[in-house]
Design a protein around this ligand. Structure first.
Ligand code: GLY
Length: 319
């Protein structure tokens, strides 16, 4: 059995490539790195890699992480600037004996020394988003922060090896130096090949309050299915945050166990995720809610898919 699951529709092209590699018998790590890099490299996805939206100083600072479910090795970068594929740097860091998580200038120095591709990650399109948002915030007195569509993935190869990884530009208009959940083990991601893995997207500040990815893996270890574990974790943190703080930020999680069974839960409308397994072609699902609050999945229609790409790539004008 093999499989790969990821947050958001934007992961579809990446997981399709990854699934092909897994089908050919390639390893979970190579398939996962390829899958995440495809998302990082596509400039129209504005919250990951090239084309990611900048912080309040109009600089693109990226977070990414890597975890190997066999060895439990972890590597992560945070607030790294001017490097094309943060996930590859995170993967390399996971092979170091120590110093596995590097931030800012230290991460950039490491990337330079190890020959990773330098690239100005701020696109003209991202600048237009920045100027438009700045104007909107000033005129409408809005909260500046928005957009936090991290790509988080978990995969399983035919040899039972699992990996997890994340990559994100974090909150649009975040403070310089702000780090979200994505590079934080147990929050943005966690994987153990003896059990399964999970990854998160949403408001990092709230996701970190529940160590959600670790919690899902822990529940799967206790015998819950990936779907039960995701729902239990999201519902319980959502409830707790509302009780204790009056509100809960966006919390969306995906998971896969070491049999290739998968699950997803969210507390927001409009969440999508992409999955492919030995038994299932790459598919995008939309999470929908019934009146009683319970959720179900719908395969994204052709119309939805066409509209998605049309709106992502539509010309942008500065207001
Ligand atoms: N979940 C991504 C972030 O908050 O940065």
């Amino acid at each position: 059995m093999y499989g790969i699951i990821a947050t958001w529709r934007m992961a579809l092209e990446g997981i399709s490539e990854g699934a092909k590699m897994l089908d050919q018998g390639q390893t979970a790590d190579d398939a996962l790195e390829t899958a995440i890099r495809a998302v990082e490299d596509f400039e129209y996805y504005k919250s990951v890699g090239y084309g990611g939206l900048p912080n309040e100083e109009m600089e693109v600072e990226l977070d990414a992480a890597w975890m190997d479910g066999d060895t439990l090795s972890i590597g992560a970068v945070a607030a790294i600037k001017d490097y094309a594929n943060p996930v590859s740097i995170a993967r390399k860091l996971s092979t170091e004996p120590v110093n596995n998580m590097l931030v800012g200038a230290g991460a950039e120095k490491y990337a330079h020394k190890n020959g990773f591709e330098r690239k100005n990650m701020l696109t003209e399109r991202a600048k237009i988003h920045y100027y438009n948002r700045k104007k909107e915030v000033e005129e409408l007195e809005l909260k500046p922060y928005s957009g936090h569509d991290t790509v988080g993935m978990v995969d399983l190869d035919q040899f039972g090896h699992m990996c997890a990884a994340t990559s994100t530009s974090g909150l649009f208009m975040k403070r310089a130096g702000r780090v979200g959940d994505s590079p934080i083990s147990g929050s943005g991601f966690y994987v153990d090949s003896e059990v399964g893995g999970a990854s998160a997207t949403g408001l990092g500040e709230d996701l970190m309050k529940g160590c959600v990815s670790y919690e899902i893996v822990r529940l799967m270890k206790e015998g819950f299915t990936p779907q039960q574990a995701c729902e239990k974790t999201v519902r319980s943190l959502d409830r707790k945050l509302k009780e204790r703080r009056g509100k809960a930020g966006d919390l969306s999680l995906i998971a896969m166990n070491n049999k290739g069974e998968w699950g997803c839960a969210t507390n927001i409308e409009g969440f999508s995720f992409a999955v492919a397994t030995e038994k299932e072609e790459p598919t995008v699902y939309l999470v929908k809610f019934k009146e009683d609050g319970s959720q179900y999945f719908e395969v994204a229609s052709k119309e939805w898919m066409d509209n998605y790409m049309r709106t992502r790539t539509a010309p942008l004008v500065r207001k």
